[in-house]
Structure formats: C-alpha cells, structure tokens
Design a protein around this ligand. Structure first.
Ligand code: TRH
Length: 379
C-alpha cells in the first residue's frame, strides 16, 4: 500500500500558494511514490497555471495527483478518510471535521509548510512540534537555503532538463516561437513578473536609453496597466511589440507552470516575485531581481536583506553593492535608473555568481526529499 498524503492549499491571492503546493504534490507522487491528494479552494487560479484543471470538477486526477475542490460549504472533506501525512500549506487552517478524523486515526503526521525565508530564525524553528488544543501535534516545516532547514523545491531532473534546453538552440527558438516571441541577435531578453511597482517607470527609462536593445517579456499581472500608461495607451495587446528607444515590451499570455522554467532559462535577466518564481529564478542560474511580497510594517525588507546577505556572500564587493542598491530601489520605490545603469556593468559577474549559487544550492536535499525523510524518521 502506498503511503497517503493530503496537501491542503488556500489561495489567498496570486499564484504562489497553488504554485508551490502543485509542484510539491507532483513531486511527492512522481519521485517518492506517495498517493497524493491536493485540496484547493480556488480552481480558477490553478487553471491559469495548469489549463488541464477543470474549474467545475470536484475530483480530478492530473499527473498522478488527485485534485479535490475544497469549498467552504462542501462536505467532501469530512466524508473522506484522512491521509497518513497531512500538509497544511502556509497555515491555511484545516477543516474541523478533518482534524476530528486525524484524532480518530491517531497516527497521522501533521505538518505546517511555512513560507520561505532566509532569516536565521527559520532554521531555529524548523521541524519543531507544537501541541494543538485537540491533543494532536503539528510540526512546523520551513523551506530554506541551508542544511538546517527544509530545502527548496527542486525536481530531480530539473537542472539536467535546463542544461539540455540551453544547449539546443532549436528547442529555445521553438519555445519562444510558441509564445509568439522572436528575438534579434544581441538583444537582452528580460522576463518581467512583479507586483504593482512604482519603481518601474524609472527602470523603463534606463532600459530605453541603453546601448543595447532590452526586450521585456511581460507576464500577466498588475504591471500591464503601468506599462500601458508608460506608452500612453489605454491598454496593451498580447503579442504586439511596443518600443521606445532601446526598449521593446511584449505582453505574454498565461504560461503553463511547466513552461515557466523554460521562460526563465531563455532570458538573460529575470524579474520574479513572491516565493515560487523567486526559487525558480535561482535554478535558472541567471541574474535576477526579486520583488518580494510586501508585508505590514515593512517586515519584508528584513526578509529581503536576510536573503541578500546569504546570496551575496561570495560575490565581489563592487557587484554586491550594485546588486543590493538595485534590489532596494526595486522594493522601496527608489530610483531604478541610476541603480540599473550601475548594476548592469556587473552583468557578467552577476551571471557567474548566479551559476555558482545554483551549484551550491543543488548540493542540498530538496524540499520533497526532506519531507519524505522527515516522515521516515517520524515513523
Ligand atoms: O503569485 P505570487 O505573487 O505568489 C505569492 C507568494 O507566494 C507570496 O509569498 C504569498 O504570500 C502570496 O502568493 C499569497 O508569486 P510566486 O510565488 O512566484 O508564484 C507565482 C506562480 O505562478 C509560480 O508558480 C509561477 C506561476 N505562473 C505561471 O506558471 N505562469 C504564468 O503565466 C504566471 C504569471 C505565473
């Protein structure tokens, strides 16, 4: 009998919650042989990144994972048996009826998968149990960048797939053509995925007065109206190229999550956000700029600094200062024009560094493997 895992996901906003849990569910099934159910309360967000998902079906199986629609008034959860391992993603709060099933079963491993942070306290809290009012224990599982944390999501074949893709010009050209993208020699290809960002226009000014062409591939999201305003247009059409000086902008459609990596691999520079795309940019091993999810009281700025402190450790002083200024400008509505012009001088160093960081991180066990080992040890 296969060990059963239930992963619960509430889509708070955006795609990160489903993005992370969907990758994790597939990996637990495909690489570790577990029978995995993924409970999701919002199938439309899921459908946007995985078009095979039907938004009206209560139970469906995709890529070996049973997907269950978790609705507020649905009794589906309470009618089912509970799994041997239960992952509550990002403190999404399990239904009371399900917790009762866990109590009745009496030998269930209950884990809360936390948000990713490089702050040192994550390692201190990782894998700690906490007694719940119900008498059950819940363990806190922190993804992270060190041996002392729960690792990062990384499929076993991800980096070999990346390397094969990058050595095949045909594959790269076919992939970009499938998105309607044609590139000219010597263009800098930039993916752009971020929250509404007041620093964007000053960066666009810098890109438009550059000596090389900067071709932005703009992902779906709140930057589209900001770009439309920049070009003084009511809206931007998908696929069309908008140009100002050395800046070219092209809006992409939603990309299937499995192709999201190919997009990052194809670009020379990636702007990512949140949690999942942020991690994927690190596996792409290209220079990147992170727009961190904004939190109250600017708590995210500590999180940003904690990451930069470990990411930049091996970077030479000049590139480090330049990259940190750029990241701060991007995340604090600063002047991107100056910060970019300075930082891009170190493009080669930053690329080399991104490769080194990726090599360093790949030596650590990935999140799904760490979870599977944790379960084995718990038994
Ligand atoms: O969407 P996000 O902003 O998610 C955020 C963060 O996870 C944040 O920490 C959390 O608190 C908040 O959600 C609720 O960014 P993130 O994490 O990069 O997730 C985006 C996912 O969407 C990622 O898996 C890539 C995927 N995606 C596609 O597959 N295709 C697309 O076209 C787009 C735009 C996104």
């Amino acid at each position: 009998m296969r060990v059963t895992w239930d992963v619960f996901c509430r889509v708070i906003d955006n795609f990160g919650d489903i993005g992370v849990t969907w990758r994790l569910a597939q990996q637990l099934n495909q690489e570790h042989g577990f029978a995995v159910r993924l409970w999701v309360d919002d199938l439309s967000a899921f459908h946007a990144i995985c078009p095979a998902v039907s938004t009206t079906t209560h139970q469906q199986t995709i890529a070996g994972v049973e997907i269950c629609w978790w609705t507020a008034n649905s009794t589906a959860v309470s009618q089912q048996h509970c799994a041997q391992v239960v992952i509550e993603a990002f403190a999404c709060q399990l239904p009371a009826a399900y917790i009762n099933l866990m109590r009745a079963q009496n030998n269930v491993l209950w884990l809360n998968l936390e948000y990713l942070t490089a702050e040192p306290w994550a390692a201190e809290c990782h894998a700690l149990p906490s007694m719940q009012g119900t008498g059950l224990q819940k363990y806190f599982f922190f993804p992270g960048f060190t041996e002392q944390t729960g690792g990062l999501l990384r499929e076993a074949s991800l980096l070999s797939q990346r390397d094969a893709f990058l050595t095949s010009e045909v594959q790269q050209a076919e992939f970009l053509a499938s998105l309607g993208v044609q590139t000219e020699p010597n263009e800098r290809l930039i993916s752009l995925f971020a929250y509404a960002n007041p620093a964007l226009p000053s960066w666009l000014d810098a890109l438009s007065s550059d000596i090389c062409i900067n071709h932005i591939l703009l992902l779906q999201g709140p930057l589209i109206p900001i770009l439309a305003e920049y070009f003084a247009l009511p809206e931007l059409q998908q696929g069309r190229i908008y140009q100002r000086g050395s800046l070219k902008v092209q809006v992409l459609p939603y990309i299937q999550q499995e192709n999201f990596d190919r997009l990052l691999w194809s670009c020379d520079f990636n702007c990512v956000r949140g949690e999942d795309s942020f991690v994927r940019a690190q596996w792409a091993a290209k220079p990147f700029l992170w727009h961190i999810y904004p939190q109250q009281d600017d708590a995210h700025l500590d999180k940003l600094q904690a990451f930069l402190s470990i990411y930049n450790k091996e970077l030479d002083e000049e590139s480090k200062v330049a990259l940190e200024s750029l990241c701060r400008a991007w995340n604090t509505a600063g002047d991107m024009q100056q910060a970019w012009q300075h930082c891009i001088k170190y493009e080669k160093e930053l690329h080399k560094h991104a490769i080194g960081w990726c090599e360093q991180q790949r030596k650590l066990p990935d999140l799904a493997t760490k979870l599977a080992c944790f379960y084995q040890d718990w038994l």
